[in-house]
Each structure stands twice: as C-alpha cells, then as structure tokens.
Design a protein. Structure first.
Length: 565
C-alpha cells in the first residue's frame, strides 16, 4: 500500500508542477505580447522581433506543460486502478499476524539522577584558612601579638564554617534520601502499571484462547480488521459476531460505494482548443472493476482474519458485504447485501491466493454473489447477525386502529409493544416484537441498517402511569450484556427519575424515551396526535441544548427535527 500511495503522490506532485509551469508560461506569453505591442508603437523592430521569439518559446513551454498535465492525470488514474486491482495482493505481501506479546509493556527504568544533590558539600581544611606566622623581624615589632589575634579569629571563623558545612551536608543528605525515595516510589508505580497492563493482556489472551465471545469479537474488530489499511475512499465500517459452539465468526462489512471505481480512463491535451479532454472508461470496465474490488475485499478480509487466528478459535468465517446506497427507485437509503460467503478454515487454507482470480475463487467457495454487483442487486446472506435466539412473532398493525386522540394508557401491553415496533420501523429500522413468555426481558428487538448506528437493539416498552424505577434500567442493562446488544432502549408512557437518567448517561448505550419523547416521535413519524392520560403532570426533563432527546439523530430517518424536542 505504501509503495502505491507513494507512486500516486509522486504523480500528484508532477501534476501540480505541470500546472504551475503552464500558469507561468501563460503569464510570460502575455508579457511577450505586451512587449511586442509596446515595441511596435515606439518603433523598435529589433525589440519586437526579440519579444516575438520569446513568445514562441513560452508557447512551446506552455504546450509541453499542458501535455505533461494530461500525462500526469492519466498516470494518477492508472495508479488508482492499479491500487484497486491489487487490494488482495497488497494484503498477502504485507499482513503480519497479531501477537499478544507485542502489546505488553517493557519497563525501561532510567538511572537515578540526583542532580546537584549528588555533589557533597566541600570540606574546609584548617591549613587553607590558617594565618601565616610572621618572620623574625616582624615578631620583634609586635607581630607575634597580631598573629595570635589573627589566629584566634581565623580559628573561630573556621569552626563556624565547619558547623555550617556540616549542617549543609546533612541537609543535602536528607534531600538526597527524599529524592531517592521519590524515584523508588515512581519506579514502583511504573512497575505496577506495567505489571497490571501485562496482566490484562495475559488475561485477554487467556479469555481469547478460552473462546470468550466478547474478547474474540473485540480482537477481530479492533486488532485485525481495524488495522487493515485501505484507500481513503473506503468507508471502513464493519462489525463482527462470534458463536462459540460452531466456532463461527460472522463479519458484517460495509463495502465501498459505486464511486470507488473511476469513470475516467485517460486524459489528452487538445492543442486546437487548449483543453484537456477526458476519455471515459467503458461502463463494462467500470462494472468489472467494481466487481473485482468487492471480491478482493471479501477474500482479503477472510485472509486477514484466518491469518490472525493462530489459536484456531475460528473454524468458519461468514462474510456479508453490504453497500450503503440510495435506492434509485424510492430515493430511500438502503444497505443491500451483494456478497455473502461461508468459508471453512480447511477449505480456505488450501487456496493459493496469490494465483487466484478473486471472482472465480469466491465461486469455488460457493459464495452467494450478486449477478450484477454494480447495480446493487441483493442476495440473501448465508447467515445474518444471529437473531435465532429471539423468538420472533409476526407484527400486528396497531397503527391502523389508532385514532388521532387515542389514550396510550388504555391500550393493552401487547398493543403498546406493537405500536413501539411500528414507530421504530417508521424511523427507518427493522424491528420485531418477541413472544410474551420467556422473552428474557426483551419486548422487541430492532436492527438499524444505518452505517453509523448499525447493530442490534433490545427494546423494553413500559406502559406505566407512574415513574419508572431505577431497577427497570438496571434490568435493561443486564439484558443488553446477555444479548451482546449494541444499544438498549426503554420506552415508557410515563417518566424517569434522575437516578435512572444518570445511570443511563454513565452506561452510554442506553436511551430513555419518556412520555414527551414518545408523543413527539409518534406525531413526527406516525403522523398521529396521541394522548397519554397520566394522573398528574410529569416533570419535564432538562435536556442540554443541541442534544438529541431521541438518541438517534442522524441515523435512519430520524434527523435534525428530533433535536427540537
């Protein structure tokens, strides 16, 4: 990838140079023309001929620069196509299996540096400060007495300095000991952090080898797929699910859109019109290239996942490739699955991927492929995200019998649950109501096909006339963990207390819809003005300006209008 990116960057720089050269030549041509006109007006034919020669030279340079620009633009397209055609090959040559040991920390302790405290206080010697005894002649004239006085003064001063130096040395030793203890404490804390981190890595590795679904899903999502380098035009959105009993990994992958395949093939400078014309790529080539891209992404993802699974926790990988797009017939957003393949490890590891034709290889793997992937003709996935653990029932059309001022508290619990289902469907999600018995605390499940908010939601509907207690929110959090849901939504006809909202905010993946949110969304998306006949006026929750009370702004059909609630 790095080499191809460098090649594209090289041609991009060449394109910028040619554009600058053409602009410079154009300015010089205009200057030469101006000089010719001036020389003609002033009667200097030699200057006019010189300016004309310069104009011809600059016109030649201009043509060369424009031709170079066309060549560079063609080379950029060719490099882009080569990159897209080599998506699989680049992974085969550069992918390295993930090592848990590489995520461990190694403590490199710097040596203890005491700084100035490491230098002892200089010791004062008496012979360095003692006065010199006078000679014989000076002693005869009173020098002996002066010497005695000087000696006594110097000795006293020496003793004072010795005491000061001793105190300074003692203070230095105290500070040095404190710094050494601080260093030792800091290193002990660093060592504890390293040990704790490495223990977490080892625990993560143990859970991975033990087949913990959460750990395995996080491993393949964050350490394998997220580390794979693709061109910037690729969305890089995906999710994984792991089923321990069959040792099966399901990868739901958002494939690049149709615009990833370039529609231009070459560029040519037309001198007569001073324009660079684009030669379009034949539509068949565009469709073939897009089909190759889709096939390569699927095989590359399978290869990277199997190569990173040194512990053999996965026997089969199911790849579902979706495309986020707009339905040309309805104008609505859609995410059709255009490729689905179930690849057993034993069969996939026999492949020589460096020699295969991607599309033929997928046929060999019995993949379900769209006959016309560029036209986004969908196929049914081999296995979608596991919904079999939820006992689903057919939906009931509650909306058809809902009058404009129906009191939601007068509905039966089942009718209310189906109303919530229809609300989510109107927002743009796919939803089902579960059976009333043995539903594991789940009233409904919903799936968003939006690339930003994709995944499984568990929904609980509470047709209450009083405050919904914190225990209901705790129960929803437990169900989310048990079902490994992306999000949990608690819908009620009443309201929530502060403790419930604080818990949901800390949890981060729980949305609480009270009576105000519910009536607004029903009016906005079901076009019904409903009534909730509560015995008393519920408190109005305080919502920070600019936030989305529904929790789904920008996803599905719910947009900026919900922010006004």
């Amino acid at each position: 990838m790095a080499k191809r990116n460098t090649l594209q960057e090289q041609w991009q720089r060449e394109l910028e140079r040619s554009r600058r050269a053409a602009a410079e030549a154009e300015r010089a041509i205009q200057l030469s023309v101006d000089q010719q006109q001036l020389a003609t007006a002033q009667g200097y034919p030699s200057l006019r001929r010189q300016a004309a020669a310069e104009e011809r030279e600059w016109r030649k340079r201009y043509i060369e620069a424009r031709q170079a620009e066309a060549t560079a633009r063609t080379a950029i397209v060719e490099a882009n196509v080569a990159e897209l055609q080599g998506l699989l090959a680049s992974a085969l040559s550069s992918h390295v299996a993930v090592s848990f040991a590489a995520y461990k920390y190694v403590l490199e302790a710097p040596p203890f540096n005491p700084g100035p405290l490491g230098v002892p206080v200089p010791q004062l010697k008496w012979e360095d400060v003692a006065p010199h005894r006078p000679g014989t002649l000076r002693r005869l004239f009173g020098g002996e007495e002066r010497f005695k006085r000087q000696w006594t003064s110097a000795w006293n001063e020496y003793q004072q300095k010795l005491a000061q130096n001793a105190a300074a040395e003692q203070d230095r030793l105290v500070q040095l000991e404190a710094r050494a203890q601080e260093y030792a404490q800091h290193m002990a804390q660093a060592e504890a952090l390293v040990q704790r981190h490495n223990a977490e890595v080892e625990h993560f590795e143990q859970r991975f080898h033990a087949g913990d679904p959460d750990v395995i899903e996080g491993y393949f999502r964050e350490l394998v797929l997220a580390r794979s380098v693709y061109p910037n035009e690729f969305s890089r959105r995906f999710d994984v699910a792991y089923r321990p009993e069959p040792k099966e990994l399901v990868i739901q992958y958002e494939l690049p859109g149709l615009d990833v395949a370039p529609t231009d093939r070459a560029y040519k400078y037309v001198r007569t019109r001073d324009e660079i014309d684009m030669t379009p790529r034949p539509i068949k080539d565009i469709k073939d290239l897009y089909g190759s891209i889709v096939s390569q992404v699927a095989l590359r993802t399978l290869h990277e996942a199997f190569a990173a699974d040194a512990a053999d926790v996965v026997d089969t990988i199911i790849f579902n490739g979706h495309v986020d797009s707009i339905d040309r017939a309805t104008g609505r957003r859609q995410r059709p699955c255009i490729l689905s393949v179930s690849a057993p490890r034993s069969k996939f590891m026999e492949l020589v991927l460096s020699e295969v034709t991607p599309t033929d290889c997928l046929v060999h793997l019995n993949a379900l492929m769209s006959p016309h992937p560029y036209d986004l003709e969908p196929v049914r996935p081999v296995i979608d995200f596991d919904l079999s653990k939820y006992r689903l029932v057919e939906g009931t059309d509650v909306l058809a019998g809902l009058d404009s001022r129906t009191d939601l508290l007068k509905m039966t619990p089942t009718e209310f649950e189906h109303l919530v289902r229809q609300l989510f469907e109107a927002i743009g999600m796919e939803s089902w109501v579960t059976q009333a018995s043995r539903d594991d605390g789940v009233d409904a499940i919903a799936i968003s096909r939006d690339p930003v908010f994709s995944g499984l939601c568990v929904v609980q509907a509470k047709r209450y006339s009083g405050v919904v207690g914190l225990e209901a929110v705790h129960a929803l959090a437990g169900v989310m963990d048990d079902k490994r849901a992306t999000k949990g939504i608690l819908v009620t006809t009443s309201w929530f207390g502060k403790a419930s909202r604080d818990f949901a905010a800390r949890r981060g993946r729980i949305e609480l819809y009270d009576c105000y949110n519910l009536t607004y969304l029903i009016k906005q998306y079901l076009k019904k003005d409903v009534l909730i006949g509560l015995p008393k006026q519920p408190p109005i929750p305080r919502i920070q300006a600019g936030t989305d009370p529904s929790g789904l702004a920008g996803t599905g059909a719910l947009g900026a209008e919900a922010k006004a609630n």
